[in-house]
Write a protein that binds this ligand. Structure first.
Ligand code: NAP
Ligand code: MG
Length: 462
């Protein structure tokens, strides 16, 4: 795979300040496919300076012009769709059809949505004798994970640019090639120098330098709860805006009136897609006691059938971690009905689609984010019991409810402590606010709510 040996700063590829490199590995065969520079605080400082310098002009650029640039960026992503999908497949391991449809497809939708929103958003509002202006927060430090490498970049950069902010991005060390491709697309789209800057590097070095930098006005982070807490604390100490998109342990609640086979089938596919590396995945399946055995049989069959379509996990560490959780599930008394901790291939970080039955709500596998292709099926006695279990984790990112009619499912969903719920298999909506209740995070991404995160208000009274 081709890779840049520098950082994209101030509209050009500049040599990194240091000489350390990050090896990029294809998780399907464990081979090194490229190297990128490991950025230091010096690179971050240069990138933040470039972003600060570009800020006044970009912030004052009329929204319609910013919209046109974001539309141009969307068009470049469309033109380079195949290359994006191949790059994500190479460094994340996702099967190519999934990379094409989701990893390349969704960012195109999201970029398009912000091209439209930048043009239509009310950046100015009359409230009584006041005019309220929505102004950009300033320089954004964006720190992204590897699981949806381009989506997570676009879900931060597109609204930030729409708002009139400038950005420094520190992408995940596992997926820097997708980030470099994005920087190329920004350049090709004619987005002015310094408006978007890229520093590849390690989290505790480049990521931390970015989060702590005095020239950054807002930190937007997606990743683990542990790092999120640290970034939140750093931002709080500096009275700096922060958005955190952290983990999840979402419930797929199947009410007795639901189409059981459909609910189980869609539920299994929801977790297995991207090898279970989705923060909003419905990793806990809640089934009424009267339908429990049937649901377990359906889930085991669906997971086993899924088998050969699953990609590897992103790296050796995640591979060991997920297999450790599966062993823990067995040790705590859950019953394996599909998959297991054994690696199904000699090469690559693969884990078989795994289903546990007889999981109780307190078990580790029902409480902690595993981030692998593992579903826990939990029994409930009645609706209140189901609600107690659904809400019984520290997380609250997403979920699903299935019932005989939408109204019944909606009534249940309204009682869930979570930021997003799919009703009877509702479709993905790139305009719907995405983000967490409780420890799943702070703030929202996507649509107009995602744009508002990058704005601050100024009121003039007349
Ligand atoms: P992570 O360490 O939180 O990584 C997320 C991003 O933060 C990466 O760019 C990372 O850089 C950076 N980072 C790490 N330490 C940092 C620090 N001290 N200061 C600033 N930035 C820092 O997550 P991970 O290690 O990739 O995955 C671990 C677990 O997190 C997973 O098993 C999963 O449970 C969860 N996770 C959740 C999501 C989500 O979408 N909510 C996404 C990914 C992971 P590096 O790439 O160099 O580490
Ligand atoms: Mg990490």
């Amino acid at each position: 795979m081709k890779a840049h040996d520098g950082m994209y700063i101030g509209g050009e590829w500049r040599a990194a300040a240091g000489t350390d490199l990050i090896a990029v590995v294809d998780p399907a065969d464990e081979q090194v496919i490229a190297h990128v520079p490991a950025g230091t605080a010096e690179d971050v400082d240069a990138a933040v300076s470039a972003a600060r310098e570009a800020l006044p002009v970009w912030a004052a650029t009329p929204p319609a012009e910013r919209a046109a640039k974001i539309a141009a960026l969307r068009d470049v992503l469309v033109a380079r769709k195949d290359e994006i999908a191949e790059t994500v497949t190479a460094e994340l391991g996702a099967p190519l059809p999934f990379s094409q449809a989701v990893h390349a497809g969704v960012p195109i939708l999201v970029a398009g949505s912000y091209a439209e929103l930048a043009a239509s958003y009310a950046f100015e509002e009359k409230v009584g004798n006041s005019t309220v202006y929505a102004e950009p927060v300033g320089v954004v430090g964006a720190i992204t994970p590897w699981n949806y490498p381009l989506h997570q970049i676009v879900a931060k950069v597109a609204p930030a640019l729409a708002a009139g902010c400038t950005v420094v991005l520190k992408p995940a060390e596992d997926t820097p090639l997708t980030a470099q491709l994005f920087a190329e697309a920004v350049h090709e789209a004619g987005i002015p120098a310094g408006v978007f800057n890229l520093v590849t590097g390690l989290g505790p070095v480049a990521g931390q330098a970015l989060a702590e930098h005095g020239g950054v006005d807002l930190v937007s982070f997606t990743g683990s709860t542990a790092v999120g807490k640290q970034i939140g604390a750093t931002a709080g100490a500096a009275v700096k805006r922060v958005a955190l998109e952290l983990g999840g342990k979402s419930a797929n609640v199947i009410l007795p009136s639901a189409d059981l086979a459909k609910a189980v089938g869609v539920g299994i596919a929801n977790v297995m897609g991207n090898s279970g590396q989705t923060c909003s995945a419905w990793t806990r399946m809640l089934v009424h006691t009267s339908q429990y055995d049937e649901a377990v049989a359906l889930a085991a069959e669906a997971a086993t059938k899924y088998g050969d379509r699953i990609g590897p996990l992103v790296n050796a560490k995640q591979h060991a971690r997920v297999r450790g959780y599966i062993e823990k599930g067995v040790a705590e008394g859950a019953r394996l009905v599909a998959g297991g901790p054994e690696a199904p291939c000699e090469q690559g970080y693969f884990v078989s689609p795994t289903v546990f039955a007889d999981v109780t709500p307190e078990m580790t596998i029902a409480q902690e984010e595993i981030f692998g292709p593992v579903v826990s099926i939990i029994r409930y006695e009645d609706e209140d019991d189901a609600l107690r279990i659904a809400n019984g984790t520290v997380y609250g990112l997403a979920g699903a409810v299935w019932a005989g009619d939408d109204a019944e499912a909606v009534a249940f969903a309204r009682r869930m402590d979570t930021g997003q719920v799919d009703i009877n298999g509702g479709r993905f909506n790139p305009l719907a606010p995405f983000g967490g209740y409780k420890q799943s995070g702070v703030g929202r991404e996507l649509g107009s709510h995602g744009l508002a995160e990058y704005l601050q208000t100024k009121s003039l009274q007349f």
